[in-house]
Design a protein around this ligand. Structure first.
Ligand code: TEU
Length: 542
């Protein structure tokens, strides 16, 4: 990797099952991604992050891995993978894998051998005796399940820990043999040419103790496993034994991370992660948990973005991924000003400081799914939460609205390539419902538009990659208002200002922002003395 690889990188996340299906099984596959590499290269990105493509029973859509050194047959073969790596490389694009090492699938050989009584493999997992017929502790679970499930015959009174689904048993990172196995997995993929890893829930892997936790509204017990010293130690060892020798890099998905913990995880001197995904900006519209929403106040989003922009030396910047509802549906407008809002997000994402991550479909302004009922939703988390809401007595209509606006499936609907049958995604019934708005919102339609959403995203990526101020410059917030956000990027005396209206009503430009300068780009044509709905402007100050 070059000296400034973090600054020079723009990542495109692909959720493979939803990208392009070439064998007519209703699931996207590697051959589909290969066939779209010219399109992906036209975005200007230089890394593709693949959500898991390993063998998996798909209880959590591949985040439950049963063989880390394999390819899920429905996605293709190892030859397809090798072709993807080499074809991407020809286009200057690296492949980043999704490393899920907090847990395996319960169908992994290790877990099966543990169930068969092999002591060596029992120690790969967190297996505890219950207390007086009860589960070992009072911890919570990310998927609204009980985090302890009987291990083997219930009569033995033993349980295994799973912070996610019962088919995702947590690994025991106190066991040095687990570290050796995972080093082997990283090196297997690094030797196949991957450029790095997105590390799934990487800051919860090392549990200090299984003692009861302080009672919390969610995830009781988190103080015993969030960003522990044991986790830091493991990250240093993985960097030393795997990443460093291959010149590879790693971004950590770090739930509940605060600024200090983020610094501890990705400060260069620590030799652990290169950057993290924080969540605070994605939680501006929620009350305690994401299922209970409050009206978004853009100022809160602005403040959070500014806070993280100035707190860390470097980090990722993202607004969408496979777990989050579509940003323009959630924070902007998915109808009247969908195009303007998507372009504004492009301006925001690609002029902030940090490595930008674009999620498939974001570049054409895809919106939340148009699910009509729970039967159209696949995600295990959504089904579990619906069940829990029902057990809490929440009214049916309210329960459904909770799922409809927050389900992770909102971001997992198949990529919309054309206005045609099944959006050009597949020749047969897709694994998840395709949004009906694919008739207007699709790649083909966008490729025929000079000033469309896709063209604007491509321009912003190209601008970002060529511009030293955007790649390397400092960040200073200039204005955080009810709807207007403005910040300055500065590098070697050159200054750029991004100014935007995050609302669907025109907004006055504050007098303090009458800075003059030269307009570099805007998502609107023509002049205006106000910022139009979701207007974005990038201005070069002399
Ligand atoms: O997500 C971890 C995680 O915390 C999210 O699931 C989060 O709880 C919520 O869904 C978004 O607010 C990672 C993966 O991204 C997710 O897809 C997996 O389901 C999960 O880990 C388990 O591997």
């Amino acid at each position: 990797m070059g000296k400034n690889y973090k600054n020079d990188t723009v990542v495109y996340q692909i959720y493979p099952r939803s990208y392009l299906d070439t064998d007519g099984d209703g699931y996207g596959d590697l051959k589909g991604i290969i066939s779209k590499l010219d399109y992906i290269a036209s975005l200007g990105v230089n890394v593709i992050w693949l959500s898991p493509i390993y063998k998996s029973p798909d209880d959590d859509n591949g985040y439950d891995i049963s063989d880390y050194k394999s390819i899920q047959p429905r996605f293709g073969t190892m030859d397809d993978f090798d072709t993807l790596v080499s074809e991407a490389k020809k286009r200057g694009i690296g492949i980043m894998m999704d490393l899920v090492i907090n847990h395996t699938s319960d169908e992994h050989e290790w877990f099966r051998r543990a169930l068969a009584g092999e002591e060596k493999y029992r120690n790969y997992y967190i297996i505890e005796k219950g207390k007086n017929g009860k589960i070992p502790n009072n911890w919570g679970n990310f998927f609204a399940e009980c985090p302890w499930t009987p291990f083997g015959d219930e009569k033995n009174g033993e349980y295994y820990l799973h912070l996610f689904s019962k088919k995702q048993p947590d690994l025991n990172w106190h066991n040095p043999e687990v570290l050796e196995e995972v080093k082997d997995i990283l090196n297997f993929w690094l030797e196949r040419g991957v450029c790095g890893f997105r590390c799934d829930v990487i800051n919860v892997i090392y549990k200090n103790t299984l003692a009861d936790g302080k009672r919390r509204p969610i995830l009781t017990g988190q103080e015993h496993y969030l960003s522990t010293e044991g986790c830091h130690d493991i990250l240093r060892k993985l960097r030393e034994s795997c990443l460093e020798p291959h010149g590879a890099w790693a971004v950590g998905e770090t739930v509940f991370v605060d600024v200090q913990r983020a610094k501890d995880l990705c400060d260069e001197s620590r030799g652990e992660l290169d950057m993290v995904f924080s969540f605070e900006h994605m939680e501006c519209d929620q009350i305690i948990v994401k299922w209970f929403k409050t009206k978004l106040r853009p100022k809160k989003l602005m403040r959070t973005l500014s806070k993280w922009q100035t707190a860390l030396d470097w980090s990722s910047v993202y607004f969408e991924n496979h777990d989050q509802p579509r940003f323009i549906s959630r924070f902007c407008d998915s109808k009247e000003y969908r195009a303007e809002a998507s372009k504004m997000v492009a301006g925001l994402l690609l002029t902030l400081r940090g490595t930008p991550f674009i999620y498939e479909g974001q570049e054409i302004g895809m919106t939340n799914g148009d699910f009509k009922n729970l039967f159209e939703v696949e995600d295990i988390e959504s089904h579990n939460v619906y069940k829990m809401a029902k057990s809490l007595g929440l009214p049916k209509g309210y329960r459904w609205r909770m799922i409809q606006r927050t389900s992770r499936d909102n971001a997992r609907t198949p990529m919309q390539w054309t206005a045609g049958e099944k959006a050009g995604f597949s020749s047969s019934e897709p694994w998840l419902k395709i949004n009906a708005n694919h008739t207007e919102v699709n790649v083909e339609n966008e490729q025929n538009q000079q000033n469309g959403v896709l063209a604007f995203w491509q321009t912003m990526v190209s601008l970002r990659k060529e511009n030293e101020v955007l790649k390397n410059g400092s960040f200073t917030s200039l204005y955080e208002g009810k709807s207007v956000y403005a910040y300055q990027r500065e590098y070697e005396g050159k200054r750029l200002v991004s100014i935007m209206n995050m609302c669907s009503k025109a907004a006055k430009i504050p007098s303090s922002l009458a800075l003059g300068g030269k307009l570099i780009i805007s998502n609107y044509d023509g002049e205006s003395d106000k910022l139009r709905p979701f207007e974005f402007r990038l201005i070069e100050l002399d």
